[in-house]
Design a protein around this ligand. Structure first.
Ligand code: SF4
Length: 385
């Protein structure tokens, strides 16, 4: 059992009740050009510098900030961008997230891959060159029991994938341990929004309503000994600066407590959502770029990921500017790579905006003066104690 000061939920609550969160937000609002200049002078930036980089005046220095982020990324990761691709295991879901095309109220064709179909999808992507796979599923214990996840992970590892990640419902520590033993390398679990009121509003029904259980998932992943965890918020739900501050605090918390786990950050942004959903806090390109650059300057060691939700031109601009991992050629419905009979029309989670095939994305990475890599990890590599 966790003691109160040992989870990010309690840390965040303490930040809110002590006024530290509002103080941080006030600091962002009051930041001046000179705060931004000071922040850029000493890298990596400390907490006050991170707040200044999120401010309005930082937007007038975006080119300089991007260039610093690019240098720091190159120093830490080399001139490389890692490629990955998602395989949708299932679009069955019992939750009602207002922003998602898989929500249980949507009238879409539901599909869960069989183990053989996971093999088909995996084989196709392996032959294309991918070695880094993200297995994605909606939340439904009936359709995607732990045993199916475990067998799928095992099958993909046996096929030769070097990194197999999972983005699905938050699981218990013992369940993550079982998946880790099957070969799972990483878990992605976005909080969607750190704002509790907004969280309650957009998660209308289903187990996902449990904010605290979801917020504790990255810690359970780390405790289960899985080597990588990816966090983030869904850009467009909560107030931008408050979400950015909570995310940065979350990352630092995880790094401090679980130094053997590598932490990544993703920046999923809502562009299109099911009818009736209103985007409360739409995020502009400028703000997205600002957040990615600030996150890199604040935290040189985290992998920063950008998905195909973003347009080609913006992705091209951000390759290497903080971003050192991208998806390419993604489809967001189960069975979509291998066209599994009529089921290939199974509903998608969100529209892919960058529809370029992987080789074109690879070309664009090269054009940005970078190398693309299909794998950046080997099981013989271990963290240095
Ligand atoms: S976001 Fe995830 S949990 Fe929510 S409806 Fe979509 S698939 Fe289900």
């Amino acid at each position: 059992m966790e003691t109160p000061d040992q989870s990010f939920f309690h840390s965040l609550t303490a930040m809110e009740s002590s006024g530290a969160l509002s103080e941080a937000l006030e600091r962002i609002t009051k930041s001046t050009v000179s705060d931004v200049n000071n922040a850029m002078e000493r890298l990596p930036v400390a907490w006050p510098g991170f707040l200044a980089l999120l401010s309005g005046p930082a937007e007038n220095h975006l080119d300089e900030i991007k260039s610093l982020a690019k240098n720091l990324t190159a120093q830490r990761f080399g001139h490389t961008v890692n490629l990955y691709i998602p395989i949708y295991l299932s679009n069955a879901c019992i939750n009602q997230c207002a922003y998602c095309g898989f929500n249980s109220r949507m009238d879409i064709r539901r599909k869960t891959l069989s183990l053989d179909e996971v093999g088909l999808e995996g084989e196709r992507l392996f032959n294309e060159g991918f070695r880094n796979i993200l297995l994605v599923a909606g939340e439904s214990r009936k359709d995607t029991p732990l045993s199916l996840m475990e067998q799928s992970v095992r099958a993909l590892k046996e096929m030769g994938f070097v990194f197999v990640g999972l983005e699905a419902e938050p699981l218990g520590e013992d369940e993550y341990r079982i998946l880790g033993e099957a070969g799972l390398d990483g878990v992605t679990v976005y909080q969607e929004t750190y704002d509790r009121e907004m969280y309650a509003r957009v998660h209308k029904a289903g187990p996902k309503k449990d904010y605290q259980w979801r917020l504790g998932a990255p810690e359970r992943v780390a405790k289960a000994g899985i080597r990588s965890v990816s966090v983030g918020f869904l850009l467009g739900l909560g107030e931008f600066c408050a979400e950015a501050v909570a995310l940065a605090a979350h990352v630092k918390y995880l790094q401090k407590r679980f130094w053997q786990t590598s932490v990544s950050v993703s920046f999923p942004r809502i562009h299109q959502a099911p009818a009736g959903f209103e985007l409360a806090n739409a995020v502009s390109d400028t703000r997205l770029i600002k957040l990615i650059s600030a996150m890199r300057l604040f935290n040189p060691d985290v992998t920063l990921t950008l998905s195909t939700r973003e347009a080609p031109a913006l992705r091209d601009e951000l390759f290497g500017v903080g971003i050192n991992q991208v998806s390419a050629g993604s489809k967001t419905s189960p069975g979509a790579y291998t066209v599994i009979g009529s089921e290939s029309s199974a509903g998608e989670q969100f529209p892919v905006v960058d529809e370029r095939p992987p080789h074109e994305v690879a070309e664009a990475i090269k054009k940005a003066g970078l190398e693309f890599v299909w794998k950046d990890w080997d099981k013989n590599l271990r963290p240095v104690a």
